[in-house]
Every structure is written in C-alpha cells, then in structure tokens.
Write a protein that binds this ligand. Structure first.
Ligand SMILES: [Zn+2]
Length: 552
C-alpha cells in the first residue's frame, strides 16, 4: 500500500517535471494584448471584458486589465482600446463575395451613397480615372430609397455624368438603364435585340426611356451582364484583395459564399490565387452550384471528386453544395416532377457524401416543395448533423421552421421578418445573419444591423417598435457565432474566447449603446484576422505597416 502511494507520488512528480521541461516558458507571454476596452465576447453569457491576450493567432485569455497585463512580456504589443468596443469579426453567412471581388476594381460601387448626386458623381470620377470609352458598370447593390432624391437615375443623368463612356446601371435583377453609347456597345438597336423577356421601358408618350424592364426572373440581367467586358485575371485578383480589405474596414472577417449566378469554376481561380499567396484577409467557406443546366449532377460529382467536404484550411475551405443545386429548381416555385426528382438525386448523393447543402428559397408559401425533398432524403440518409440550410425565406412560417428544426436545418437570414426570427429563436433553429450582397444588397453589416433597429422605409428612419426589433445582442450573435455554425466553425471563431482564432474588430462607436440611427455609420478602426492586423485607421493606422501576410 505504502509503496503504491509512494509510486504514484513519484509518477506525479515525474509528470510535473516533464511538463515543466516541455513548456519552459509557461506561463507563455502574449504576442499582443488589447486593454482598456469594452470587449463584447459573444460567449454564452454575452460577457463583457476589459482586455484580451493573443498568442500565435489565437486568443489565450480574456479578463480584466490587470489579469491580461500579467501575460505581457517585453516583446508584447500592447494596444490601448481607450474604452472602445470590440466585437468578434462579423461573418456574413450568405455573401457572393467571390463574385463581388472579381469586379471590385472595374465596377463603380454605390454602396453607402446617400444621394443620387453622390452616386452619379462616383460615375463621373470613375470616367476620369478610366481609359476613355471604358465601360462604367454599377452592377446592383443599391436602392432608390437610399438616396435622398428617392428615385432611380435616368439615362440623361448618366449621360451628364459620363458623356464619353458606355454606362450600365443595374437595379437588383429587375431593371437596367444604359447610356446610348452603352446600347451601341452592346449591339442593342431595337427591342428585338434584348434578351427575353426584357422590354424597353417607355414614358407616357410611348418613347423608350433608355431603361430595360426585365419582366421578372433573373435571365435578362444575367444575359446583359454576360455581354459586359470581363476584367482580366490580374484585375480580378486585385479586385478580390481590395474588396476583402473593404470588408475588413467594416469589421468583417469571414463569409459564407454560396456561388450564385455568373459564377463558374474559372471564377474561383482569383480567390485561389490570393489564398495561395497567403493574402486572404477574409475567411471564405464556399459552396458549389451546378454550373450547366441539365448537367448539374455529373458536373458536381466531377468537381467534388477531389474535394471532400471541409477540404481546405482556416482561411479557405469547401463547404458543400448551394445555393443553386439545379437550374430547374432555381427560383422556381412550381417545379415539375422531373425537376424535383433531379434535385432529389443530387441532394441525396450529397447526404451520402456527408456534404452540407444550402438552398436559395425566398418564398415561404412554396417551401414545402423544398422541405419535402429534404425530408425524403433525411429518411434515407440522416442529414441532422450535416448542417443543411435554407437561404432567404424572409417570412418563414412556424410550420416550416418546425420542419427545418426537426432535420437540424439552419436558416441564413437577410432582413428576415422579426416574427419569424423570434419563432426560430424559440425553436432553437441555427441562424446566421448576412446580406446576400453585392448585387441585391449592400455588404455593409452595419447597414444591415441598422435596418434591424430602424425602419428606413418610414419617414425619418424611425425606430421600430419592440415587437419588430431583435435585441442588439441577438443580432450580433447571429452575425458572428451564428454564422460560424454553417461552416462547422463555432468552436474556432465567432466569439472572443480562449482557444479561438483572434478575429476581431475595434469599432468607431459602441454598437450596444449608440442611438439606433447611428448604427449604420459605425466602422472598424482596427480589424484582426488570426491576430494579424488586416485593417487599421485613425489612432491605429500606424500599426498597419503595409500588406501583411495572413496566417494560414
Ligand atoms: Zn440566394
């Protein structure tokens, strides 16, 4: 007995010695500490802390200033937050970021323009910066309501802004306006030259206004966009880097990219190049769409043969199929039996392969079509652990939400109805917030969060009633750890807790306490991805010394 005890003490002592030798620097000093802040950790209790320590890209501790200062050594970088608010980096669960990046340096962007005059001036500025005769393209991402003039641009506005350029301005997928030079460059001389079912918009006297009405659906906008010149590969790489930096400026550190229209395998090469060069500043989890109508299944099988679910690293990884699995079921509320069968075959195979599926489905009234197929698959190959999701479904009914919950299906939300979100929360459905940028919406998370608090459609942007306002806490949760769930990353990022990746943003204003109508103007002053500074401004600008390599 005594010998046994002695032996165990000896073993214990040896173990302690071995540990001491294995980690001589314990407690390890931090690379960086952030002190004097209001750090919204977005942990389970939504705790607020003063300070945070980072080592080798990960958070090692959060706590009080004095606790965290103990982790600093002579080499540690100390960042004084001076009372500022820190959040986990935003993760947009549904952003067409790969597509947006490719054209970011060759398109004109109307995001954040508060007047039509300002928007038109951006076209004018671009016309001066670009070669004479270059196309000036605004490919969506704006709404007339964002302008104080509350109207769309006219052809005459565009001609005045850029008399010598072909100009193309797209509104969602429903409407375009071009200058005469634009129509000429595209070879559109009469209505017959328009992709179907597009028509010329006409004024009261029957004269064409210079705008195109798309007549519902996405086909006209997609066909017109395809006629525009494509940026070179180098422009696409440059655009991707600049777009991701623009996202960093707004506190974003991650996106779920759902493929989408006009995105084919070759369109992934610019983001792959940025990743290879260790220059990604946004973590990307991407899903694949079936590129060619009628060939979706064979193409997806071929594309993913060497691409197992989750393949990649913390900066870039493959995350299954979506948001369009087949063309037949794309934006089609009444698919044929054949459409449904083809779709079923593909998602059944995805379930067998252990892949997530995310599906674009805006209309709650017809969601039964989709959910019935999910249920049929689930009965054969359970999908409950595969994190399938439905995107959009803005007015999700309790009935459909219950069906989703039963299969562990999550919901990526963009301006979803407050009542639906409240129901989903009660049911415990996983929700990831996002924008669906950039063609149909701005990519700015603060615009999105502001919308959830302020009704911008009503005069003066009045604050919503409590019955239609999610708490700021819930909205932030959905935009961080909520979105992380969809790429199986909630234990790695989405909150500021020890062991997690140091992805965070220091904000210009306190998101939790500013008046609702100021939320939309918040930006980041300092954004970190894996502990590296990817964006810094104002008092922190000097901390960012040139383009840094993001850590894999
Ligand atoms: Zn979609």
């Amino acid at each position: 007995m005594r010998i046994q005890i002695a032996n165990s003490i000896r073993t214990a002592l040896l173990t302690i010695c071995a540990l001491a030798i294995a980690s001589p620097a314990w407690p390890q000093t931090a690379d960086t500490i952030l002190v004097n802040g209001k750090i919204l950790t977005v942990d389970n209790q939504f705790s607020t802390r003063e300070a945070l320590a980072i080592r080798e890209g990960k958070i090692t501790a959060v706590g009080s200033n004095s606790e965290i200062r103990k982790q600093a050594g002579s080499q540690t970088r100390v960042i004084d937050l001076q009372g500022r608010t820190v959040i986990p980096g935003f993760i947009d669960s549904h952003m067409h970021a790969i597509r947006a990046g490719q054209t970011f340096t060759t398109e004109v962007n109307w995001v954040g323009a508060t007047s039509l005059a300002e928007a038109l001036n951006r076209i004018h500025e671009a016309s001066l910066a670009m070669k004479p005769g270059s196309w000036l393209i605004v490919a969506g991402g704006w709404k007339a309501e964002q302008f104080k003039e509350k109207r769309r641009p006219t052809q005459a506005d565009l001609v005045a802004a850029a008399p010598n350029n072909p100009v193309y301005v797209q509104l969602n997928y429903e409407w375009e306006v071009m200058t005469p030079a634009g129509f000429q460059a595209m070879g559109i001389n009469s209505e017959a030259d328009l992709p179907r079912p597009g028509r010329f918009e006409k004024d009261a006297s029957g004269k064409p206004t210079g705008a195109i009405e798309n007549g519902g659906g996405f086909d006209v906008a997609i066909a017109l966009f395809d006629k525009l010149p494509h940026p070179t590969f180098d422009e696409q790489v440059e655009g991707t880097k600049k777009f991701f930096r623009e996202l960093n400026r707004l506190g974003l550190t991650g996106v779920g990219d759902p493929g989408g229209n006009n995105v084919n395998p070759e369109n992934y090469q610019p983001v792959f190049k940025v990743w290879r060069d260790h220059q990604l500043t946004i973590r990307v989890a991407y899903s694949l769409c079936g590129p060619t109508a009628g060939k979706e299944f064979e193409e997806l099988k071929s594309l993913t043969q060497m691409l197992p679910q989750g393949f990649g690293d913390d900066m870039l990884k493959f995350n299954g199929l979506g948001e369009r699995i087949t063309w037949g079921m794309n934006n089609n509320n009444h698919p044929t039996a054949d459409d449904k069968e083809k779709y079923y075959q593909i998602v059944r195979w995805a379930a067998q392969q252990g892949m997530p599926v995310t599906m674009h489905w805006p209309n709650d009234g017809t969601a039964d079509t989709l959910l019935s197929i999910y249920e049929r698959v689930n009965a054969e190959f359970p999908i409950t652990d595969l994190r399938w999701s439905v995107a959009h479904l803005t007015n999700a009914s309790p009935e459909n939400l219950r069906r989703m919950k039963a299969m562990g299906v999550g919901w990526t939300i963009q301006r979803a109805s407050a009542a639906s979100v409240e129901n989903a929360k009660e049911l415990g459905i996983k929700m990831g917030e996002g924008t669906d940028a950039h063609r149909v919406a701005s990519y700015n998370p603060f615009t999105e969060l502001s919308w959830s608090q302020v009704d911008s459609k009503r005069a003066g942007g009045v604050q919503r009633g409590p019955e239609q306002t999610p708490t700021r806490e819930d909205a932030l949760r959905a935009y961080t750890i909520g979105s992380a769930w969809f790429s199986f990353d909630e234990n790695k990022r989405g909150s500021l807790e020890p062991g997690k990746l140091a992805d965070l943003a220091v904000l210009t204003k306190d998101y939790m306490t500013v008046p609702p109508d100021e939320i939309g103007s918040i930006e980041s002053l300092l954004t970190m991805v894996g502990g590296k500074i990817v964006y810094a401004a104002g008092p922190y600008a000097r901390l960012e010394n040139g383009p840094q390599q993001s850590k894999r």
